[in-house]
Design a binder for this molecule. Structure first.
Ligand SMILES: NC(=O)c1ccc[n+]([C@@H]2O[C@H](COP(=O)([O-])OP(=O)(O)OC[C@H]3O[C@@H](n4cnc5c(N)ncnc54)[C@H](O)[C@@H]3O)[C@@H](O)[C@H]2O)c1
Length: 409
């Protein structure tokens, strides 16, 4: 069959198996090239992760972290993510369904890791469950390995409490008042205005339950109790701060509340790990990128498309893999102390929040119209990234070729 992107309300609801695999391959090639360059310049650090657990390993920042650890440092990786597999419908074409992009990404990661002789174990299941923690602990014990880096990159809209089964749902809403902002239709580039109503107290608390630091801390505690965290272990989770114009919907909204909880959890875990294992815990503040969820947040698609254009003009634009390569090689594993700001946050959103970049973005945001958007914003780049996260519009993929099965790459 021929697979074309199916887009509903700015969400792409299918994926291209070979396109996803090609995207993974491109990221691997980027890391191999960067590490080879470092090595040729004698710049590689002696400090390196050896056994890496990535929670949320299948897409976005988690996938890029895992690729950097495996293909850059040759680390053994264990990945956990929650993805839907594809189905050929058992001969009934009405039941044919592509898997989620992460399903194919994991398959591609496993295949390329095996070809490169890298040890990797991938779990598909609920990272919030105690059962998954037990699986990972048992695997580590069987491998006779201890985790020296735990990356927490789970992004979810729902969490089932592992102790009592309560279901919590996260929402992306402002706090206190309605937020309205322009958005862009990913395919047509048409600008419209969308609004989000303020969250209730319960919605704020539920979002913190899902996207705050509670689950991360449970992972660290259970792995530590099981004796599978290495001396000197590092752990990092990801956050976003972004520009002032998005604060009402993001940083000061429900997700921001969860991120502040995550950041406070990092500070607690840092003291605890320092005491027990001479370990360290951080939140890294990353750059805003096009992802499956960011396309439906008011103002963000418009901001990102203008930001990308400005950063591309200045030559400092990055995607997930470039960000993670910089996080690992210039922040986490330099052989010296991890550089942080006064809140113990690692900042790799430095290029995005550079005053020169932000001043130019502000200027363009103030004058943007439907007519000049494609000139002052990177509509093409935005559209490409949006499609590529689902395996479409990827270089080197023949989208007219027959896809024989939806169950593998
Ligand atoms: N995308 C951005 O612009 C951006 C910017 C800065 C920081 N961040 C942060 O980075 C982190 C990752 O975001 P992303 O954009 O890479 O997300 P993503 O949606 O691409 O990836 C989320 C991952 O979580 C996994 N996951 C979801 N529910 C799960 C569950 N119950 N059990 C196991 N795995 C589960 C998914 O399978 C996937 O691997 C988040 O904390 C996010 O806030 C994102």
């Amino acid at each position: 069959m021929i697979i074309k992107p199916l887009i509903r309300s700015n969400m792409c609801i299918n994926a291209h198996p070979q396109g996803c695999a090609a995207e993974v391959k491109h990221q691997i090639e980027y890391i191999e090239k960067k590490f080879a360059e470092r090595s040729a310049l004698g710049k590689q650090s002696k400090d390196a992760p050896k056994t890496v657990l990535v929670l949320g390993c299948s897409t976005g920042y988690g996938l890029a972290s895992r690729i950097t650890a495996a293909f850059g440092y040759k680390a053994v990786t264990i990945g956990v993510s929650f993805e839907k597999e594809g189905s050929d419908g058992d001969g009934d074409s009405s039941r044919e369904k592509t898997g989620t992009p992460g399903w194919y990404n994991n398959m591609a990661f496993d295949k390329y890791a095996k070809e490169a002789g890298l040890e990797a174990v991938t779990y598909n299941g609920d990272a919030f469950s105690h059962e998954m923690r037990k699986n990972v602990i048992d695997t580590l014990k069987k491998m006779d390995r201890k985790v020296d880096l735990l990356v927490y990159s789970v992004a979810s809209s729902v969490r089932v409490d592992p102790d009592n089964g309560t279901i919590y749902r996260s929402v992306l809403k402002p706090v206190g008042k309605v937020f309205s902002g322009a958005t862009i239709d990913c395919l047509s580039g048409r600008i419209s205005t969308i609004s989000a109503n303020p969250a209730t107290e319960e919605e704020i608390a539920n979002t913190v339950k899902v996207m705050g630091g509670e689950d991360w801390a449970i992972w660290i505690h259970q792995l530590k109790e099981a004796g599978v965290l290495a001396e000197g272990v590092k752990t990092v989770a990801y956050s976003y701060i972004g520009p002032k114009l998005s604060h009402a919907i993001y940083r000061d909204g429900t997700i921001g509340s969860a991120k502040k909880h995550l950041e406070a959890t990092a500070r607690d875990l840092n003291s605890e790990l320092k005491n027990d294992l001479n370990g360290e815990a951080y939140v890294s503040v990353n750059k805003g990128l096009v992802t499956r969820s960011s396309a439906v947040i008011p103002i963000i698609p418009m901001y990102i498309s203008i930001l990308f254009k400005v950063m591309k003009e200045l030559g400092n634009h990055e995607g997930c893999i470039e960000q993670m390569e910089r996080l690992f090689t210039e922040r986490l594993y330099t052989g010296s102390a991890v550089p942080t700001d006064s809140e113990n946050l690692i900042r790799i959103d430095d290029y995005e929040l550079d005053p020169k970049v932000q001043a130019e973005v502000d200027k363009r945001m103030a004058t943007v119209t439907q007519e000049n958007l494609s000139e002052i914003g990177d509509l093409e780049g935005y559209r490409h990234d949006f499609l590529a996260t689902n395996g479409f519009d990827v270089d080197g993929v023949d989208y007219e070729a027959d896809v024989k099965t939806l169950t593998s790459i």
